[in-house]
Structure formats: C-alpha cells, structure tokens
Design a protein around this ligand. Sequence first.
Ligand SMILES: [Zn+2]
Length: 472
Amino acid sequence: MNIEFYSHGACQEVTGSKHFLDVDGHTLQIDSGMFQGHRQEAYEKNRDLPFNPADVDSIILTHGHFDHSGALPIMVKNGFKGPIFSTSATRDITNIILFDSAYIQLKDYEYLKEKARKYPERDLIAYEPLYDSQDAVNTMQHFAGHGYHRTFEAIPGVQAAFYDAGHILGAATVHLEIDNGMCIGFSGDLGRPDLPIIRDPEILPPIDYLVLEGTYGNRLHESMGMARESLEKVIRRASERRGKVIIPAFTIERTQELIYFIHQLTRERRIRAIPVFIDSPMAVNATSIFKIHPECFDRETVDYFLSKNIDPFGFETIRYVTSVRESREINDLEGPAVIISASGMAENGRILHHLKNHIGNPRNIVAIVGFMAENTLGRKLVEKHPSVKIFGKEYPVKAEVVTLNAFSAHADYQEIQGWLGRHDLDRLKKIFLVHGEPDALDSLRHKLLDQGIPDVEIVQAGIRYPLPAPLP
Ligand SMILES: [Zn+2]
C-alpha cells in the first residue's frame, strides 16, 4: 500500500489546521480550519487553497474551534462532495461557528465597502465573504456523527475511531487503522487533565505514527484547581467592595467553565450568591449545546450535578441575556455582580459596552481568563496600560485588572509528555509536530527525543512524508 501524510495548514503556526492522509489514491483530510492573523495574508491563504477540494474523499473533524472547522464551507463551495465525520457535539458547535463566521464576514465586507466608498484616497480593500449562510447550510448536510470509540470506515481501507481529547466539548483525538496493519494517531488539539465539565484526554490504542500538536510546547500552566481558587478570590474581593467582575470570555468552553465554577462556588457558599449575567447571544446558544450533550461530561459533573438532577449551567442568580435592551439594563444595576461577555479578546461585541461603563471605577475588577493576541484591547489590559481606547474614545483604567493564567484548554509540554508517557509506545516510529509556533515546536521536539521517541519531525507545509508499512 502507498501511504503518505502531508499538511496544508497549522505548520509552524497555530491556525488553518488541514492535514491529509493519502492511502492508495484515496484522500482523507483531518480538519479544515481557517487561517487567522494579518487580514490580507490570512484572507488570501483561505481563498487560494493549494489543493483541489474535489479530490478529497472525506474529512474527519477533531473539534469545532474555528481554526479547525472554519474553512469547511470553502471546501464544499469548491467541490468537496464527501462526508464530514465528527462527534455529534462537535457537529453542533461547528454549526454555530460557521453561521457566526458567515455573518461576521458579511458585516466586515459591508463595513469596509462603505468605508472605501467614503475615503477613496485610502485604497481600502473590502474582502468579499469567502462563504455565506447558504454555504454553511450546505456544509452541515455533509456531517455524519459518530460517538467516541465507535469504529467507522473513513476512506476505503482505513478504519477510524474517536477518543476523548479533553480540549472542548466533543473534541476528539483520532485513531486510524489501515488495512495493512499500520495505525496512525492524530492528537487534534490536546486538552488537559482536570478541565471542568469534560473528560480527561484518553490514551489511544498502539500507534506507529502520531501527528501531535505543540501549541504550548515550551510553556507550563498553573493547574485547573488554581483557576477555580483564583476565580473565587476575585469574586469575593469584588463582592466585599460592592463592585462588579467583568470577564471577557470565549463563548465556547471558557464561558461554560466559568459558569460551572461559579455554580459550584455558590453552592459550597464559598462566594455570596450574586447576580451572574451571561451577556452574549452566541454564549447563550453555546451553553444550550452543552446542556444537550451529557455524553461528553466527566464523572465529577455527573456526580456533582446530574445525579442530583441539577443543571450545571442553571442556578438561581444566573441570567442569560440575549436582547440589547436587557444588556443595557445591566449597566444601571447597583451592587456586586459578575458579567461574562464576548468577545474573548475584548475586540468587539457587548463586552466593549461593559468595559466602557465599568473600567473607570476602582471597585470593579476586570478578569482576564484567556489568551490575548497582540494589539487587542484585551492585551492592553493585561499589559496594564493606564488608559485604553474604546469606541474611539480614551478611558482611564481605574478598575483592578487581574489575569488568571490557569485557564487554558491546551496541554502544556509536561501534560503532553505525561499523556504520551501513558501510551504503549513499543510500535511508535515517529511523531510529526504541527500546530505551534517554531520556537514551541523546536523545544517540544527536543523534549520528546529526550523522552525516548525515536524520531520527531516538525512538519513543513506541502511536503509529502511517505509512511512505510510496518514489518509483518
Ligand atoms: Zn481547539
């Protein structure tokens, strides 16, 4: 059999995941993510695919994050006809991600077109949307759901099964078994032990090759237990001085983790029962997806909540806010409260209104619970700028800004090595590293070689790596 592995995305970078396995002329793609970053460069990389989507026989989607799923409609629009295999929770998360993306692309296009019309001298480019809502609808029709550990034929001669990745709801690592006996693992995005709600990363059956992510190949996180503890301290401090806690958070997973912890802390009377607002229509939708996928929950969630018939995401003082009117009313509210809102990097969305209204009051706390990219408002807050620009106006930062570093959905290098170490590695010939900046991958490569992995290669985009068959 002729077997080759190659990638066209997330090679020495962290976005645009697109990996491929060719087996005797059939092509299986793993993930189809959007490139993000510098606008024009990312746009062109997303538009000009270096392969023909019509040549891909089927796609396996490891999880719903935009940098893994966002380019699926581009595939379908350009001739991809096959099935998209995922867990059912991943399908539901991808559903909201794709429609949100189609809408944002349209809004961006209209905004830039209008701006270009107003200021012709500025040479502005309005980027046409890469897909619309109808393309998202068409894409959703390709999905075929499979539960964890259920084997299915991904392409002729290749059996696949999903295992828990412990990253976000529905996220999976993938085990492939080829007819010649060769087994290949794909880590997808590898999560961490002890994340709330979802199960820990699972061990794969024996593998000959592993495609492994290395986002934090050179970093260590604090434990998730620390995350809950520091959240507790922040809420208590704000409560005592009758201030509000404002948290910009990603709508999928991070928001639900915060709700879960606050629910626990309130039940255990470690914090006072104060109003908690989830002010983001997308976060409200995402939370309803969590509610209908208990098959992804870990033992702790079942024991703590479900076995007592308690909804982990519903309690007396929590309010899910969708309307703009309600969102505005939160601003007039006196007394302590927690406001969790999007966007996660505080770049746009309702969080800007809350920051504008609360950042000038020293009683309030802005809690940063996620990665903030360079040049975002979130990053400026982390870096403790004395004032920040919101809606074009400068506001002094008088509220306390706290960064809670323990929140992360990606394994750090010790957690990657720990996960790997629990595997039966007798057969493992080689690890291919993807999904990381060059420094992170280089550092992880050395650590893995020290750990005794015989061969570790940092994947380069477009290079075809033949995978020799195992000896009989
Ligand atoms: Zn991810």
